[in-house]
Design a protein around this ligand. Structure first.
Ligand SMILES: [Zn+2]
Length: 60
């Protein structure tokens, strides 16, 4: 099984993803109704995941 986000090998703990980061990216896509990822560049995915983490840490 490979990660649907970055196509690396999935980790049992985060399956079907390879990491919590990729799981967050996928969750973000669902929450935003199809978040447009700028590209498939891993750097962009990391930036997106960091933005999602920042959003999650914001107080209401
Ligand atoms: Zn991944």
């Amino acid at each position: 099984m490979t990660c649907p986000i970055c196509a690396k090998a999935a980790a049992p703990k985060y399956r079907p993803f390879c990491s919590r980061r990729c799981a967050d990216v996928d969750l973000g896509k669902w929450l935003t109704g199809g978040y447009a990822i700028p590209s498939e560049d891993p750097q962009d995915l990391e930036e997106l995941a960091e933005k999602l983490e920042e959003e999650a840490q914001k107080p209401h």
